[in-house]
Structures are given as structure tokens and as C-alpha cells.
Design a protein around this ligand. Structure first.
Ligand code: NDP
Ligand code: 2IT
Length: 448
């Protein structure tokens, strides 16, 4: 059978079977499009029908999370863990607490995580989990009770050589601390079971910074490969959470001018460059809304109820660091009109397929999250290594290693794209390179 027909038929099956899982279908579509050239050169995977196995998670756990709010009312949420693929190592991936979480979002995130983790070359399989619980507006005690209840169920399925969760949207070191505490009560102290831990509990220096720094290192390697640098580049970042804050910090350190950032209520443009210490104080320390920023920085402007990609302003680099599908066709057109030349994804799947097509047609260099935001999970794997060796590396050691890993991922994506005659197409490069290792590992393990 022709590879194209094989992929088309299988995609139709996915669309029919998972009709309501739109984000999952979207992730599969992007992936199938990208790996076609590889399958054409390596027909064994079509002959073995390997993709039909790959697209089904090895295990999908869905569970009830009952908890009590401060007024004594019973509340309940749904918890998930998708253990997607362990061909390369134990399941590894974050936990997301956000009201939009459902099976489709969990599956798309876990599916992408397989190839991201493969690109790091650190022996980790792909997984993801979370809950539709909304930490916003909850007291510390409510967050703690929720995390404890969530972990009472999740602990049955995880462990340092089995499945190692970490953070994602709505899960910061506060939540990780409570989750880890409950795990420990039930299973004794095993620091390697969760990453992104507070330092006192065996966390790694530079894990907090890793995803944001990693995205900027990736862009920096891209620019360097073209004899350019971040110096004086104008950058806009979406989000103002963990990934966004440290992307802003590193971009500024490398000489860029970061003009704006956002949260789910609106966005800020600061013509003098974002004051990242102020941003951190508002969003990370006080957990307030971004609108507080302009009360201190009066030269900055705040626009409510709009997304930052609607902003009409000239800039060079867009770093979407908030959430999936934040850049659709309209936003992509605006980016093109604004003169953007690079889009690098800090978030997972922030650009939809129509927007992606448009960016590619306009020769905008697009760095997919699978590659560009792999720094977070890479340092999580370094945290696991430190925990296993009962060691604690310095910030510099971890940071140097992170930069080295991002360079290796960039080089792999670039070389792979070139090998398949898709030069500068990092979607093709990242997906093929990530898939190749997973597919080989699945094949040599036989049917499991
Ligand atoms: P945080 O919870 O720390 O921050 C999320 C940010 O995005 C907040 O500013 C939030 O606004 C905004 N946001 C979330 N959902 C929406 C929405 N629906 N519309 C508009 N804005 C929204 O999460 P992270 O920074 O950790 O994660 C951001 C992205 O990066 C996610 O896609 C995540 O999967 C990805 N990622 C994270 C990694 C990590 O190590 N943490 C690693 C790799 C990828 P508000 O404050 O109003 O909620
Ligand atoms: O999407 C991601 O890569 C993460 N949320 C980080 C996962 C991890 O295990 O550190």
C-alpha cells in the first residue's frame, strides 16, 4: 500500500473513533503529515502497521478526586494519567490542573511528550496527567486537600522506574510539594518519583528556569547557525507563568527587547521592555492578575479581554508560552503583518494547523514545542539522575547541560529536515527524529 494511502486510512479511523477528541486528532494530523517522508524511506513500519499500535496509549487511567472545600462542602473533579509509550523508558511528563482538562487534552499532550522526550535522548517514555480542578481562587488548604486526594489514587500507578510526573499549567512547586508529601506518606521517601520538586525535597537547581531558558537557547542556536544573535531583537511572549517568565528573563539576558506578555485576562505592552522582577512578584509570588503591572509601570499599557497576538506592533520573534491553539489563522496573519520572522513554541501546540500552514508559506521559521520546549523535561531527567545518585549539581552545571541538550536537539532537527529534503522545516525534522528512535525501540522489543 502507498504510504500516503496508509496514513490517510489510519487518520480516517482516528477521526471516526475519537470524533470528539479534537486536540488529539489535531496532534495526530500534524504528526502524520510530518513523518510521511520517513515512512516512505522505511517501509517496514507501514508493513508492520506500527502506527496503529503507537496511537493507542499503553494505559489511560481516569479517576475520581473527591475533596472538601473550606466551608465543608463536598467537591469532586476528574483525574487522569495517560501512560502513552514506554518504548524508550519510564513514562515521563507533567500534570496539568486547569478547568479545560479532558481526555482529548491529556492524550494530545501525552502523545507529543513521547517524541519530545525521545528528542532529549535521555531514556524517558511519554506520559501526561492532570485534572479539571481549577487552582485559581482556592485557599492553600483547599489546594493541599485536593493534591492529597489526587495523589491517593495516582500513587498506585507511579514510581521512580515506572512513571514520573512533574508540573505543567496550574502545577507549580507548591502543588508538587503537597503531591510529594502525600506520596511519601503512602510509599516512603522516594525522591525520584516526581520532578520539579522544591529544592528541600530533592529538586534540581535550574528546573524552574529550564523550559523558558531552553526555548530561548533553542532560538539562540537557530540564530547563531545563521550568523545572527538575539541582540536587539524585539520579542513578544504570551503567558506570564513559569515558561513565559523565564523565557523573558533569558531573552533579556541575551540582549533582546521583550515588549509584551499576557495572562488569560489580557496583555501588557511595555515600550521600555518588560520588568521581569516586577512580573515575577505579581504572578509568581503574589499570584495576582497581570493588570497589576501597569499600576507600577505607568509607561506600559494593559489591554483586557484580548489575546496578545491581536496586537499590532512590529517585532521579530513570537514566543507563545501560554496554552494550546492560542494562534489561529487570524493571529498568524497578524504575526505576518507585524513582520515576525521566528515563532518558537514554549507552550504545547499553541499554533493550530491552518496557522502553521500560513506561517510556513510565508517563510517564517517555526520551532515546534516538541523540540523548542523540551528543556523542562530534559532537566526533569537530570533531576532524576541527581536523585538516583543522591547528588545535587550546581545551577551552572545544570544550566550548561541544558544549553548543550537544546543545541543537540536543534542540530538533530536541522540535520534530519535536511536529510529528507525539507530544509528549515523543523516540524518535519522534530517529528521524524523523535519518531525514529521510538519506532526502532518498539520494533526491537516485539509486540508488548
Ligand atoms: P503556568 O500555569 O505557570 O502559566 C500558564 C500561563 O498561561 C498563565 O499566564 C496563564 O494565565 C496563561 N494561560 C493558561 N491558559 C490560558 C488560556 N486558556 N488562555 C489564555 N492564557 C492562558 O503554566 P506553564 O508556564 O508551566 O505552562 C505554559 C505552557 O507551557 C503550557 O502549554 C505547558 O503545557 C507548556 N510547557 C510547560 C512546561 C513546564 O515545565 N512547566 C514544559 C513544556 C511545556 P493565567 O495566569 O490567567 O491563568
Ligand atoms: O510539557 C512538558 O514537557 C512538561 N510539562 C514538563 C514535563 C516534565 O516531566 O518535566
Amino acid at each position: 500500500m502507498l504510504t500516503k494511502d496508509y496514513l490517510t486510512n489510519l487518520f480516517r479511523d482516528v477521526e471516526t473513533k475519537y470524533a470528539y477528541q479534537v486536540e488529539f486528532i489535531q496532534a495526530i494530523e500534524e504528526f502524520f503529515n510530518a513523518i510521511q517522508p520517513f515512512l516512505e524511506k522505511n517501509p517496514i513500519y507501514v508493513e508492520k502497521d506500527l502506527l496503529r499500535q503507537l496511537i493507542i496509549p499503553e494505559r489511560l487511567i481516569e479517576f475520581r478526586v473527591p475533596w472538601m472545600d473550606d466551608s465543608g462542602k463536598w467537591c469532586v473533579n476528574t483525574g487522569y494519567r495517560v501512560q502513552y509509550n514506554s518504548a524508550l523508558g519510564p513514562y515521563k511528563g507533567g500534570l496539568r490542573f486547569h478547568p479545560t482538562v479532558n481526555q482529548s487534552i491529556m492524550k494530545f499532550l501525552a502523545f507529543e511528550q513521547i517524541f519530545k522526550n525521545s528528542l532529549t535522548d535521555l531514556g524517558i517514555g511519554g506520559g501526561k496527567g492532570g485534572s479539571d480542578f481549577d487552582p485559581k481562587g482556592k485557599s492553600d488548604a483547599e489546594i493541599m486537600r485536593f493534591c492529597q486526594s489526587f495523589m491517593q489514587e495516582l500513587q498506585k500507578y507511579i514510581g521512580p522506574s515506572e512513571d514520573i510526573p512533574a508540573g505543567d499549567i496550574g502545577v507549580s512547586s507548591r502543588e508538587i510539594g503537597y503531591l510529594f508529601g502525600e506520596y511519601k506518606r503512602l510509599n516512603n521517601y522516594q525522591s525520584g518519583t516526581i520532578t520539579g520538586k522544591p529544592l528541600l525535597l530533592g529538586g534540581s537547581l535550574a528546573r524552574t528556569e529550564a523550559t523558558g531558558y531552553g526555548v530561548v537557547y533553542f532560538v539562540n542556536h537557530l540564530l547563531e547557525s545563521r550568523g545572527d544573535s538575539l541582540k536587539d531583537k524585539r520579542v513578544i511572549v504570551s503567558g506570564s507563568g513559569n515558561v513565559a517568565i523565564y523565557a523573558i528573563k533569558k531573552a533579556q539576558e541575551l540582549g533582546a527587547m521583550v515588549l509584551g506578555c499576557s495572562d488569560s485576562s489580557g496583555y501588557v505592552i511595555d515600550p521600555d521592555g518588560i520588568d521581569v522582577d516586577l512580573l515575577q512578584d505579581i504572578k509568581e509570588v503574589k499570584r495576582e492578575r497581570l493588570s497589576e503591572y501597569v499600576k507600577v509601570r505607568t509607561q506600559a499599557s494593559y489591554t483586557s479581554e484580548k489575546f496578545i497576538w491581536e496586537e499590532v506592533t512590529e517585532y521579530d520573534i513570537a514566543l507563545p508560552c501560554a496554552t494550546q491553539n492560542e494562534i489561529g489563522e487570524l493571529e498568524a496573519k497578524q504575526l505576518i503583518d507585524n513582520g515576525v520572522s521566528i515563532v518558537a513554541e514554549g507552550a504545547n501546540m499553541p499554533v493550530n494547523l491552518k496557522a502553521l500552514e500560513l506561517l510556513m508559506e510565508n517563510n517564517i521559521i517555526y520551532c515546534p514545542g516538541k523540540a523548542a520546549n523540551a528543556g523542562g523535561v530534559a532537566v526533569s531527567a537530570l533531576e532524576m539522575a541527581q536523585n538516583a545518585g543522591r547528588l545535587s549539581w550546581t545551577f551552572e552545571q545544570v544550566d550548561i547541560e541544558l544549553n548543550h541538550i537544546m543545541k543537540q536537539i536543534f542540530d538533530t532537527c536541522q540535520t534530519t529536515a535536511k536529510t529528507y529534503s525539507y530544509e528549515n522545516d523543523f516540524v518535519t525534522g522534530a517529528n521524524i527524529a523523535g519518531f525514529e528512535r521510538v519506532a526502532k525501540a518498539m520494533l526491537i522489543q516485539g509486540l508488548v
